[in-house]
Design a binder for this molecule. Structure first.
Ligand code: ZN
Ligand code: ZN
Length: 590
């Protein structure tokens, strides 16, 4: 690549030059690029004035060079083709092309001898193989730059979505882009609008107002005005925006995007349960199957006692019409009362009933016999499970006492174990010594090869057994105390956490308590894990103690003091189930 010198000046002055100025309006490509005026100024100073060039044509374009088909660029190449232009002056080679087709076309014009030079402030590309290669490289790099850049933008957006924010663009009413303390743009609630929208939603949720009445109050009484932008805004909230707000799942924390579903980080207008109730009020939601995330009792392998099919969770909504008092099921395509026809969203304080069920997804039995096991209401299931947990419940004071005894026994156990371990290790060393001696004897030809082999094999076998025992001793050491402690902790706190914990915690409690879950005749059956079977019997034995300690008071202490107790869960995970008894819990147990 040549630099500007006197010889080149001669050639340039005898040529037909044009300057090509381009800056993309798409800020993604040319955000930091010099403006068209700036490019023009630079070229004037560094090339045109400096070399005293006359009659330089100007071609200006405000279009991306990502894609083929720029009108001015096409006109320029046509002029070159026609012999009216033979030198092109540009601020940088990447002004000419950021795609392979246009870049190739340009270099071809050079090969054809129609384009003598491409001049930039940094150097000149002439019709030589090496210069053309350089130029092509510049175009290729410009292409890659743009690929990289758009990839980076996409990546940036994905990262932002993953952490729970909407990357860019216009946000819904109630949200705004703000900078956080690390100078990163995030979404936050719009302090002027978010509280008002939330208050209006509350009116709908409380069923004191229909959605349209709530919107009227929002606009007329509270003077809501949409966010102002250059062209729009400053108006009351429209009906469509209001309904969009009420049915957008991002407001309870689920951002649905082309890229996937993300958990939001910006403030929520309502909870998921509230959101679902509103969908019923709007006449949208109907029965749906609840997935693992929604409910604690799916994904645990619970089966139907009649046909062994998976038990799933299901919900039903029922509405009592406010006008005619008809009770009807909210089916998928039913938005209004089946008897008087009034739309659900227009009912004044309709009664909304929500039921959840554990529903076997029945399969047919042999010879087409249907399975007649019924669904079990979740409320009922919870009672049964609570009764099971209360059977193994032990008060905190007893738990502490039991653990203390366990620890004392553990000290004894530890001493025993250490002794056993020492003995086994000594035995291991002894065998090793015998093996070594045996080899010695063989080398000194004290024994025959055959005898050596036979004896060695026996010793190796013995050694193997000793080492296996050693391993087991270690394992026993880790397990039993921890397991017992966890068992007692579980027995003590599971009931509390079952009543107050999250779905995930409930799921853990259920799977800790037992395996092979089954629903039969509307009852929960399970194989209780062995430690709890023992506790079941134990409760009667410690009944006397319970009386001494006045259990009611103890239960009270627990429920008032939940934070003092770290969460039970992940109990007994390391232990295999021991399914030798499927227990059934009498519902009447209290
Ligand atoms: Zn069934
Ligand atoms: Zn009705």
């Amino acid at each position: 690549m040549a630099f500007l010198d006197y010889n080149l000046q001669q050639i340039l002055q005898q040529s037909k030059p044009a300057k090509y100025l381009r800056k993309s309006t798409s800020d993604r490509e040319d955000k930091q690029m010099r403006s068209i005026e700036g490019q023009d100024k630079d070229l004037d100073e560094e090339i045109i004035t400096k070399f005293n060039l006359k009659g330089v044509k100007t071609v200006t374009e405000s279009q991306t060079a990502f894609k083929e088909g720029r009108p001015q660029f096409n006109a320029l190449t046509q002029e070159i083709e026609d012999g009216n232009i033979d030198v092109v002056i540009v601020w940088h080679a990447n002004r000419i092309s950021r795609n392979y087709a246009d870049g190739g076309k340009f270099v071809q014009l050079m090969s054809d001898g129609k384009l003598k030079m491409v001049v930039t402030p940094h150097g000149i590309f002439e019709n030589t193989p090496r210069d053309k290669e350089y130029l092509m490289n510049e175009f290729t790099r410009a292409t890659r730059d743009s690929d990289d850049k758009s990839e980076a933008v996409k990546r940036g957006n994905r990262t932002k979505l993953k952490v729970g924010y909407i990357p860019s663009g216009r946000l819904s009413e109630g949200l705004m882009h703000v900078k956080n303390d690390k100078d990163v743009m995030i979404n936050d609630s719009d302090p002027d609008r978010f509280p008002l929208i939330q208050k209006a939603i509350k009116l709908v949720l409380d069923q004191t107002h229909t959605p349209m009445e709530a919107l009227a109050i929002l606009n007329n009484e509270w003077g809501y005005q949409t966010k102002k932008t250059k062209r729009t805004g400053g108006n009351p909230m429209s009906k469509s925006t209001w309904y969009k707000t009420l049915s957008d799942p991002k407001w309870h924390g689920e951002l649905h995007r082309r890229e996937g579903v993300f958990n939001t980080q910006f403030p929520k207008l309502l909870t998921k349960e509230e959101y679902e109730k509103i969908q019923v009020i709007l006449g949208k939601t109907s029965t749906r199957r609840l997935n693992k995330k929604d409910w604690p009792y799916t994904g645990l392998g619970m089966v139907c006692g009649g046909c062994n099919a998976t038990v799933i969770m299901d919900e039903k909504w029922q509405i009592i019409c406010s006008a005619c008092k008809t009770k009807f099921h909210k089916a998928k395509d039913r938005n209004s009362c089946p008897s008087c026809g009034i739309h659900i969203a227009e009912m004044e304080q309709p009664t909304i009933l929500h039921y959840t069920w554990l529903m076997p997804n029945h399969r047919n039995l042999p010879e087409g016999v249907e399975c007649h096991q019924q669904s079990l209401p979740v409320i009922n299931f919870n009672e049964q499970l609570d009764a099971l947990l209360s059977q193994i419940f032990i008060p905190e004071s007893i738990k502490n006492w039991a653990i203390k005894i366990l620890q004392r026994e553990n000290t004894q156990e530890f001493q025993d174990r250490t002794m056993i371990k020492n003995n086994l290790q000594e035995l291991d060393r002894d065998i090793q010594k015998q093996i070594d001696n045996l080899l010695d004897s063989l080398v000194k030809e004290l024994i025959a090869q055959e005898e050596y082999q036979k004896k060695k094999e026996m010793l190796l076998l013995e050694q193997q057994q000793v080492r296996k025992k050693l391993g087991e001793t270690d394992k026993r050491a880790d397990n039993w105390l921890e397991l017992s402690e966890r068992t007692f902790n579980f027995a003590c706190y599971a009931r509390y956490w079952f009543a107050h914990g999250s779905n995930q915690e409930k799921r853990e409690i259920l799977s800790t308590l037992g395996t092979n879950l089954m629903i039969k005749d509307r009852k929960l059956l399970l194989y209780q894990r062995k430690p709890f079977q023992i506790l079941n019997g134990m409760r009667e034995k410690i009944e006397i103690l319970l009386n001494v300690y006045e259990p009611d008071e103890l239960i009270d202490t627990i429920s008032q003091n939940p934070s003092a107790h770290p969460l039970i869960p992940r109990l007994l995970r390391s232990r295999d189930s021991n399914p030798n008894k499927r227990i059934q819990n009498p519902l009447s147990y209290r």
